[in-house]
Design a protein around this ligand. Structure first.
Ligand code: DGL
Length: 259
Protein backbone atom coordinates (compact mmCIF):
# COMPACT_ATOMS: atom_id res chain seq x y z
CA UNK A 1 0.00 0.00 0.00
CA UNK A 2 1.18 3.50 -0.84
CA UNK A 3 2.11 5.09 2.49
CA UNK A 4 0.96 8.49 1.24
CA UNK A 5 -2.68 7.41 1.21
CA UNK A 6 -2.61 6.36 4.89
CA UNK A 7 -4.48 8.56 7.39
CA UNK A 8 -3.06 11.14 9.79
CA UNK A 9 -3.70 10.47 13.50
CA UNK A 10 -4.80 13.13 15.98
CA UNK A 11 -4.91 12.71 19.72
CA UNK A 12 -6.15 14.73 22.69
CA UNK A 13 -7.39 14.04 26.22
CA UNK A 14 -10.91 14.72 24.90
CA UNK A 15 -12.60 16.80 22.22
CA UNK A 16 -10.15 19.73 22.40
CA UNK A 17 -7.72 18.50 19.76
CA UNK A 18 -10.49 18.89 17.20
CA UNK A 19 -9.67 22.62 17.21
CA UNK A 20 -6.26 21.67 15.77
CA UNK A 21 -7.62 19.02 13.41
CA UNK A 22 -10.03 21.60 12.03
CA UNK A 23 -7.04 23.75 11.00
CA UNK A 24 -5.27 20.71 9.53
CA UNK A 25 -8.33 19.89 7.41
CA UNK A 26 -8.21 23.46 6.03
CA UNK A 27 -4.49 23.19 5.27
CA UNK A 28 -4.64 19.58 3.94
CA UNK A 29 -8.25 18.92 2.83
CA UNK A 30 -7.48 15.78 0.81
CA UNK A 31 -5.87 13.86 3.66
CA UNK A 32 -7.76 11.17 5.62
CA UNK A 33 -7.97 11.76 9.37
CA UNK A 34 -8.36 9.55 12.43
CA UNK A 35 -9.09 11.32 15.71
CA UNK A 36 -8.83 9.70 19.13
CA UNK A 37 -10.19 11.56 22.15
CA UNK A 38 -9.58 10.10 25.59
CA UNK A 39 -12.64 11.67 27.26
CA UNK A 40 -12.99 8.70 29.62
CA UNK A 41 -9.69 9.62 31.29
CA UNK A 42 -10.00 13.42 30.99
CA UNK A 43 -9.01 15.84 32.37
CA UNK A 44 -5.28 15.23 31.96
CA UNK A 45 -4.20 18.64 33.23
CA UNK A 46 -4.62 17.79 36.91
CA UNK A 47 -3.08 14.28 36.74
CA UNK A 48 0.53 13.26 37.44
CA UNK A 49 3.08 13.46 34.63
CA UNK A 50 3.52 9.68 34.73
CA UNK A 51 -0.21 9.05 34.34
CA UNK A 52 -0.44 11.41 31.37
CA UNK A 53 2.66 9.89 29.78
CA UNK A 54 1.23 6.36 30.08
CA UNK A 55 -2.16 7.42 28.67
CA UNK A 56 -0.45 9.25 25.79
CA UNK A 57 1.65 6.19 24.91
CA UNK A 58 -1.52 4.03 24.85
CA UNK A 59 -3.26 6.56 22.60
CA UNK A 60 -0.29 6.67 20.21
CA UNK A 61 -0.27 2.86 20.04
CA UNK A 62 -4.01 2.92 19.30
CA UNK A 63 -3.42 5.29 16.39
CA UNK A 64 -0.42 3.35 15.06
CA UNK A 65 -2.54 0.17 15.11
CA UNK A 66 -5.05 2.02 12.94
CA UNK A 67 -2.27 2.51 10.37
CA UNK A 68 -1.58 6.24 10.61
CA UNK A 69 1.41 7.73 8.72
CA UNK A 70 2.00 10.58 11.18
CA UNK A 71 0.62 11.83 14.48
CA UNK A 72 -0.36 15.17 15.97
CA UNK A 73 -0.41 15.23 19.75
CA UNK A 74 -3.12 17.92 19.75
CA UNK A 75 -2.92 18.42 23.50
CA UNK A 76 -0.53 20.83 25.24
CA UNK A 77 -0.63 18.78 28.44
CA UNK A 78 0.21 15.46 26.77
CA UNK A 79 2.91 17.19 24.69
CA UNK A 80 4.64 18.58 27.76
CA UNK A 81 4.47 15.22 29.54
CA UNK A 82 5.37 12.84 26.73
CA UNK A 83 6.60 14.27 23.43
CA UNK A 84 10.34 13.93 24.11
CA UNK A 85 9.98 10.29 25.09
CA UNK A 86 7.61 9.55 22.21
CA UNK A 87 10.23 10.85 19.77
CA UNK A 88 12.83 8.56 21.34
CA UNK A 89 10.57 5.49 21.15
CA UNK A 90 9.15 6.17 17.66
CA UNK A 91 11.95 7.98 15.81
CA UNK A 92 10.55 6.93 12.41
CA UNK A 93 7.04 8.39 12.95
CA UNK A 94 6.49 12.05 11.97
CA UNK A 95 5.14 13.44 15.22
CA UNK A 96 4.17 16.98 16.09
CA UNK A 97 3.15 18.33 19.45
CA UNK A 98 1.64 21.64 20.52
CA UNK A 99 2.77 24.24 23.03
CA UNK A 100 1.35 27.64 24.04
CA UNK A 101 1.88 30.11 21.16
CA UNK A 102 3.89 32.60 23.19
CA UNK A 103 6.17 33.78 20.37
CA UNK A 104 3.42 35.35 18.20
CA UNK A 105 1.95 37.00 21.31
CA UNK A 106 5.30 38.62 22.19
CA UNK A 107 5.90 39.64 18.58
CA UNK A 108 2.64 41.60 18.51
CA UNK A 109 4.58 44.12 20.61
CA UNK A 110 1.40 45.46 22.11
CA UNK A 111 1.28 47.30 25.45
CA UNK A 112 -0.15 45.29 28.31
CA UNK A 113 0.16 41.86 29.84
CA UNK A 114 0.20 38.56 28.00
CA UNK A 115 -1.99 36.02 29.75
CA UNK A 116 -1.36 32.32 29.13
CA UNK A 117 -4.41 30.20 29.85
CA UNK A 118 -3.54 26.51 30.13
CA UNK A 119 -3.88 23.47 32.37
CA UNK A 120 -1.99 23.42 35.68
CA UNK A 121 0.32 20.69 34.33
CA UNK A 122 1.27 22.53 31.15
CA UNK A 123 2.20 25.62 33.17
CA UNK A 124 4.21 23.64 35.72
CA UNK A 125 6.22 21.55 33.29
CA UNK A 126 9.75 22.43 32.23
CA UNK A 127 8.79 22.70 28.53
CA UNK A 128 6.64 25.77 29.23
CA UNK A 129 9.03 27.22 31.78
CA UNK A 130 11.88 27.12 29.25
CA UNK A 131 9.63 28.93 26.78
CA UNK A 132 8.68 31.56 29.33
CA UNK A 133 12.33 32.07 30.30
CA UNK A 134 13.10 32.88 26.67
CA UNK A 135 10.53 35.70 26.43
CA UNK A 136 10.24 37.01 29.97
CA UNK A 137 12.44 40.06 29.35
CA UNK A 138 10.36 41.22 26.41
CA UNK A 139 6.85 41.20 27.95
CA UNK A 140 5.05 40.68 31.19
CA UNK A 141 3.75 37.14 30.91
CA UNK A 142 1.15 35.88 33.36
CA UNK A 143 0.36 32.15 33.56
CA UNK A 144 -3.33 31.51 34.30
CA UNK A 145 -3.95 27.88 35.31
CA UNK A 146 -7.51 26.97 34.33
CA UNK A 147 -8.43 23.76 36.14
CA UNK A 148 -12.09 23.08 35.42
CA UNK A 149 -12.34 24.93 32.09
CA UNK A 150 -11.97 21.96 29.75
CA UNK A 151 -14.94 20.33 31.53
CA UNK A 152 -17.29 23.00 30.12
CA UNK A 153 -16.19 22.18 26.58
CA UNK A 154 -16.38 18.42 27.20
CA UNK A 155 -20.01 18.98 28.20
CA UNK A 156 -20.68 21.01 25.08
CA UNK A 157 -21.07 24.27 27.03
CA UNK A 158 -19.46 26.94 24.85
CA UNK A 159 -21.34 29.99 26.10
CA UNK A 160 -23.64 31.21 28.86
CA UNK A 161 -23.54 33.04 32.16
CA UNK A 162 -21.86 30.34 34.22
CA UNK A 163 -18.98 30.06 31.75
CA UNK A 164 -18.66 33.86 31.57
CA UNK A 165 -18.46 34.00 35.38
CA UNK A 166 -15.76 31.33 35.40
CA UNK A 167 -13.70 33.22 32.80
CA UNK A 168 -14.20 36.60 34.46
CA UNK A 169 -13.08 35.23 37.79
CA UNK A 170 -9.94 33.60 36.34
CA UNK A 171 -8.88 36.73 34.47
CA UNK A 172 -9.49 39.12 37.36
CA UNK A 173 -7.77 36.83 39.88
CA UNK A 174 -4.54 36.74 37.89
CA UNK A 175 -4.54 40.06 36.08
CA UNK A 176 -5.37 42.67 38.71
CA UNK A 177 -6.89 45.43 36.59
CA UNK A 178 -3.89 46.00 34.28
CA UNK A 179 -4.23 46.23 30.48
CA UNK A 180 -4.25 42.93 28.63
CA UNK A 181 -2.38 42.88 25.31
CA UNK A 182 -3.25 39.33 24.37
CA UNK A 183 -4.38 35.99 25.68
CA UNK A 184 -2.68 32.79 24.56
CA UNK A 185 -4.93 29.74 24.58
CA UNK A 186 -2.48 27.07 25.76
CA UNK A 187 -5.01 24.26 25.82
CA UNK A 188 -6.61 22.92 22.67
CA UNK A 189 -10.09 22.89 24.24
CA UNK A 190 -10.13 26.66 24.76
CA UNK A 191 -10.49 27.91 21.14
CA UNK A 192 -14.05 26.55 21.31
CA UNK A 193 -14.91 29.21 23.92
CA UNK A 194 -13.02 32.04 22.22
CA UNK A 195 -16.19 34.05 21.51
CA UNK A 196 -17.30 33.86 25.14
CA UNK A 197 -13.83 34.92 26.26
CA UNK A 198 -13.93 37.91 23.90
CA UNK A 199 -17.24 38.90 25.45
CA UNK A 200 -15.57 38.87 28.88
CA UNK A 201 -12.29 40.64 28.07
CA UNK A 202 -13.42 42.91 25.22
CA UNK A 203 -13.01 42.74 21.47
CA UNK A 204 -9.67 44.60 21.38
CA UNK A 205 -7.75 41.85 23.20
CA UNK A 206 -5.92 39.53 20.75
CA UNK A 207 -6.64 35.89 21.37
CA UNK A 208 -4.00 33.57 19.98
CA UNK A 209 -3.90 29.79 19.68
CA UNK A 210 -1.39 27.37 18.19
CA UNK A 211 -3.79 25.36 16.00
CA UNK A 212 -2.88 26.82 12.61
CA UNK A 213 0.87 26.81 13.35
CA UNK A 214 0.70 23.17 14.39
CA UNK A 215 -1.25 22.22 11.26
CA UNK A 216 1.38 23.93 9.08
CA UNK A 217 4.21 22.22 10.94
CA UNK A 218 2.47 18.85 10.47
CA UNK A 219 2.23 19.49 6.74
CA UNK A 220 5.90 20.45 6.60
CA UNK A 221 6.95 17.28 8.45
CA UNK A 222 4.87 15.01 6.22
CA UNK A 223 6.15 16.73 3.10
CA UNK A 224 9.75 16.32 4.27
CA UNK A 225 9.19 12.54 4.29
CA UNK A 226 7.24 12.62 1.03
CA UNK A 227 4.12 11.43 2.86
CA UNK A 228 1.54 13.97 1.70
CA UNK A 229 -1.35 12.40 -0.21
CA UNK A 230 -1.52 12.80 -3.96
CA UNK A 231 -5.30 12.35 -3.94
CA UNK A 232 -7.36 15.20 -5.36
CA UNK A 233 -10.52 14.10 -3.52
CA UNK A 234 -11.72 15.45 -0.20
CA UNK A 235 -10.43 13.12 2.56
CA UNK A 236 -12.38 11.11 5.16
CA UNK A 237 -12.69 11.68 8.91
CA UNK A 238 -13.03 8.94 11.53
CA UNK A 239 -13.61 9.81 15.17
CA UNK A 240 -12.92 7.48 18.10
CA UNK A 241 -13.41 8.19 21.79
CA UNK A 242 -12.52 6.11 24.86
CA UNK A 243 -15.80 7.10 26.50
CA UNK A 244 -18.75 4.82 25.86
CA UNK A 245 -21.08 7.81 25.85
CA UNK A 246 -22.51 8.43 22.40
CA UNK A 247 -22.63 12.15 23.29
CA UNK A 248 -18.84 12.38 22.91
CA UNK A 249 -18.97 11.45 19.22
CA UNK A 250 -22.00 13.71 18.66
CA UNK A 251 -20.20 16.60 20.35
CA UNK A 252 -17.05 15.93 18.29
CA UNK A 253 -19.06 16.19 15.08
CA UNK A 254 -20.74 19.36 16.30
CA UNK A 255 -17.36 20.94 17.09
CA UNK A 256 -15.94 19.89 13.74
CA UNK A 257 -19.09 21.11 12.03
CA UNK A 258 -19.62 17.85 10.14
CA UNK A 259 -22.64 15.53 9.87
N1 DGL B 1 -6.71 19.75 25.61
C1 DGL B 1 -5.71 19.59 26.59
C2 DGL B 1 -4.54 20.57 26.37
O1 DGL B 1 -4.34 21.06 25.28
C3 DGL B 1 -5.99 19.53 28.04
C4 DGL B 1 -7.22 19.29 28.72
C5 DGL B 1 -7.08 18.36 29.92
O2 DGL B 1 -7.21 17.17 29.69
O3 DGL B 1 -6.85 18.84 31.04
O4 DGL B 1 -3.78 20.84 27.26
Amino acid sequence: MDKRSMPIGFFDSGVGGLSVMKEAIKVMPNENYIYFGDSKNAPYGVKSVKEVRDLTFSAVEFLLNKGVKGIAIACNTATSAAVAELRRVYPEVPLVGIEPALKPAVELNKDGNILIMATPMTLKESKFNRLMEKYKNRSKIIPVPCAGLMEYIEQGILEGEELERYLFQKITTYNNDEDIASIVLGCTHYPFVKNTLLKVVGENVYIIDGGYGTAKELKRRLNEKNLLTNSSKKGTIQIFNSSEKKECIDLSKRLLEIE
